[in-house]
Design a protein around this ligand. Structure first.
Ligand code: NAD
Ligand code: MG
Length: 495
């Protein structure tokens, strides 16, 4: 995340250091600003409407408290949502001039800013991520995305896609649970700016901010049917992407599901973008500023509990500084505060679901069985909820599962290299190609290494830095298509 969006680094904590004079007092954010209803309906045609596919429960992963019951959209409900989106597209949205669409998007962006505290608290409760992140990273970026694409709505003729680029129609959008509202913004803002209407399905474990967004659409008086939200799990998502009435499919999530979606839409005229997994290398050369690199490594793998597709989950460190860097990293990890996501001092929150915790645990066990050496700082995990201590593995070989598979958790695999060529070869030795990091004082080395890395994004002397004007997306098993900036418009235009 951008350094400017981050509060100062916290001092050592009671979690790991001896209790004493400099302990942090709890600083919980109040959840009084959020009203969670006992149950939620679908959002179709501008109204909340009952679903016919049963219900699911969403929990607070930090406490296992059931937060609400949420409707599951059946195939018939998806059909109604797509029909509402089609009507809105044909009769209103595709006919509005871009300058009018922009007004709605600006209005939505401003309401998000006004309600940002409420949305940040809600996101932390439903997802488990620290309030420091939802407040300082997710929400500012969500608003920035809507502002950015509001600005494009009346300038599409100047975006490089011809004098009068046309929208595609109805977009089916399926998003994951790791950045629920931010992924919604990445999908909905460019779609609407280009003149499409949408049916979006949030992840089953994090539906609440998408439903709050539905109420923002009402508040902004967005014409009914321009945005529809259907909640549910994989079956609902499958019905949505396969629906013959959709013209565009946008998916972010696992490579496995992405592959299935690519197969399901093959042979149709649907335009598809897929943003899938990653196994990014974060490469630290011997001339890198060690303390800065350590901060970057912590950011790259412990931000959002490592549940980030572009997480720097493989640390490649030049052999001559391995010991020094690992000593500094272990010291820094011992200061990370794990616990209540709503505490403003928390660095590491809860894992999003029991299923995700089980996946992380299984891969970490595989790492130990294959002979890698596991280390975590002393860290007391709360008794209820889903938690995993920040973990590093050393003695990792390139063939280990923890070096190849996406763990999607707070687990770093450390590998070493001797020469820049070896670093590049190891970094590229993955079926993925989403992101990478390079740490060195030499500008020329940054450029020469970055050019050889097969990754959609390469960060230099920083990591996990996002901006709505900057395109994001992968190669190979990380998917295809770009989100963000002028590049992100292409996915929603008939070009
Ligand atoms: P997933 O791919 O199963 O779920 C992502 C979204 O797709 C959810 O909304 C889900 O309901 C929906 N979905 C599931 N099956 C579908 C289908 N057949 N058709 C259409 N939509 C479907 O991801 P997950 O189970 O939540 O996580 C599994 C793994 O995926 C993680 O361990 C991680 O490696 C990866 N992941 C990656 C990202 C990312 O940002 N790239 C995000 C979440 C998860
Ligand atoms: Mg939840």
């Amino acid at each position: 995340m951008p350094a400017s969006q981050k509060p100062p680094t916290p001092a050592p904590t009671s979690g790991s250091a001896p209790a004493g004079l400099f302990d942090y007092a709890p600083a919980p954010e109040s959840r009084a600003i959020v009203e969670i209803k006992p149950s939620y309906e679908l959002f179709i045609g501008g109204e909340f409407a009952a679903g016919t596919g049963g219900t699911l429960k969403t929990v607070n992963p930090a406490t296992e408290e059931v937060l609400a019951e949420v409707a599951v959209a059946s195939a018939a409900d998806v059909d109604r949502a797509v029909a509402a989106a089609r009507t809105a597209y044909d009769t209103v949205w595709s006919k509005l001039p871009g300058s009018e669409r922009a007004k709605y998007l600006f209005r939505i962006a401003r309401i998000i800013q006004e309600r940002s505290r409420e949305l940040a608290v809600l996101e932390s409760i439903d997802n488990g991520k620290p309030i420091r992140e939802t407040r300082d990273v997710d929400l500012p970026l969500v608003a920035a995305h809507f502002f950015h694409y509001a600005g494009w709505a009346d300038k599409l003729s100047y975006a490089g896609y011809g004098p009068d680029p046309r929208p595609l129609g109805v977009a089916a959008q399926v998003i994951p649970w790791n950045f629920p509202l931010l992924m919604l913004a990445w999908k909905i803002a460019p779609a609407l700016a280009c003149g499409n209407t949408v049916v979006l399905k949030p992840a089953e474990t994090t539906p609440l901010t998408a439903l709050a967004f539905a109420s923002i659409c009402q508040q902004a008086e967005l014409p009914p049917g321009v945005v529809n939200i259907v909640t549910g799990a994989g079956e609902t998502g499958a019905a949505l992407v396969a629906h013959p009435g959709v013209d565009k499919v946008a998916f972010t999530g696992s490579t496995e599901v992405g592959r299935g979606i690519a197969r399901a839409v093959a042979g149709t005229s649907k335009k598809v973008t897929l943003e899938l997994g990653g196994k990014a290398a974060n490469i630290v050369f011997d001339d890198a500023p060690i303390d800065q690199a350590v901060e970057g490594i912590v950011d790259s793998i412990f931000f959002n509990q490592g549940q980030v597709c572009c997480a720097g989950s493989r640390l490649l460190v030049q052999e001559s500084i391995e010991q020094e860097l690992l000593d500094a990293l272990r010291r820094r990890m011992s200061t990370l505060r794990l616990g209540d996501p709503l505490d403003k001092n928390t660095d590491v929150g809860a894992i999003n679901s029991q299923a995700q915790l089980a996946r992380i645990t299984a891969l970490v066990e595989a790492g130990e069985q294959e002979g890698a050496e596991r280390w975590s700082p002393p860290c007391q995990l709360p008794g209820t909820g889903y938690w995993f201590a920040p973990t590093i593995f050393t003695n990792v070989s390139a063939t280990h599962r923890i070096a190849r598979e996406e763990i999607f958790g707070p687990v770093l695999s450390v590998l070493t290299f001797r020469t820049p060529d070896e670093a590049v070869a190891k970094a590229n030795n993955t079926p993925y190609g989403l992101s990478a990091g390079v740490w060195t004082e030499k500008g020329s080395r940054i450029l020469s290494v970055a050019k050889k890395l097969r990754a959609g994004v390469v960060w230099a002397n920083t990591f996990n830095k996002f901006d709505p004007s900057s395109p994001f997306g992968g190669y190979r098993e990380s998917g295809y298509g770009r989100e963000g900036g002028a590049h992100g418009l292409e996915a929603y235009l008939d070009v």
